[in-house]
Write a protein that binds this ligand. Sequence first.
Ligand code: LMR
Length: 396
Amino acid sequence: MFEQIARVPGDAILGLIDAFRQDTNPVKVDLGVGVYRNDRGDTPVLESVKLAEARLLEQERTKSYIGSHGDPRYTDAVLSLVLGERSPVLDAHRASATQSPGGTGALRLAADFIKANLPGKSIWLSDPTWPNHLGIFEAAGLDMHRYPYVSADNQLDFEGMISALEQAPEGDVVLLHACCHNPSGFDLDHDQWRQVLALIQRRGLLPLVDFAYQGFGDGLDEDAFGTRLLAESLDEMIITSSCSKNFGIYRERTGCFILIAKNQEQMENVRSQAAITARENYSNPPAHGGAVVAEILGDPELRSRWVAEVDEMRERINGLRRAFVDSLAPFGLSERFAHVAHQRGMFSYTGLSPEQVDRLRDEFAIYMVRSGRANVAGLRREQLDYVARAFAAVCQ
Ligand code: LMR
């Protein structure tokens, strides 16, 4: 029976990991998959994580299941991190959190939850968005619509976004990136978040906020502005959060599926559904990453060490953004790429075409996603001139 099954192309982003590994060119540059790298090109384990893991090794007494909602120390800590220490939403017991296998697992829970509990509702995704959003929601059988997000001249298309979402039928779900939009790097400002809130209220939409990069834009609290504004102003909302990037625990698969309801009673109802969704997908989440995060966030000393590490990662990326634009000045390209300094998070939509990206790979061993997305965190200071020269060559 298997002979009828066709081979499909692999995932475009994850495929870059292998392609880069196989490239023997010593000057190769990896601006592909979204992982943070230091100036030596490594993705080291954070110091705070190492310390927490040493404690866990000492203290761990069992490997038994942790339950479909996961470890409450972890989920409570994530709720405070996402919604704020003194959130009225938490005081009102309106938020439920379910530990998930990564942010991707949280998104799949969200997709299955919507499919099972909100029949007939479609989801609206930004164009562009993280390509795996399309895969996840399609696999769950949801109807998808797109709203414009980036204009042809590579700027945030806020007007296009708003006018498309004005057409969304009541009760449809709109996926928003909390910060550090993947792939574009264009984020909403405070006033734009307020306009999105007003639109959601006017049209009766349900926001699903994907929060995968908290701390990588402007700061842990600053990046939560839009998420908290919606949570405190709306009766209902879904949030998917990830600790992969801000704790650097990518392979530990540590995420959270958050449901906010009108009151505690309704929260308990939707929470019971979340447990079933998790059970049917994978039963219980992996425990280790959540235990690490709970240990760090629950200990003042480890927590402040971690906050400093997040600050350092963010500042390195934002410094690289400016330095990259400066390094393009000798080629007369700093204006054309000025947006790179203003975008936020790991990613930048550079505005390069797929053919230009191919040339970067073939002629300079610089790896990026063909959409023109570059992982700025993959740049190293000593490579800036080389990368700028390569960009200049393909832009001629
Ligand atoms: C990315 O967009 O590169 C990251 O989120 C990694 C992934 O899973 O695609």
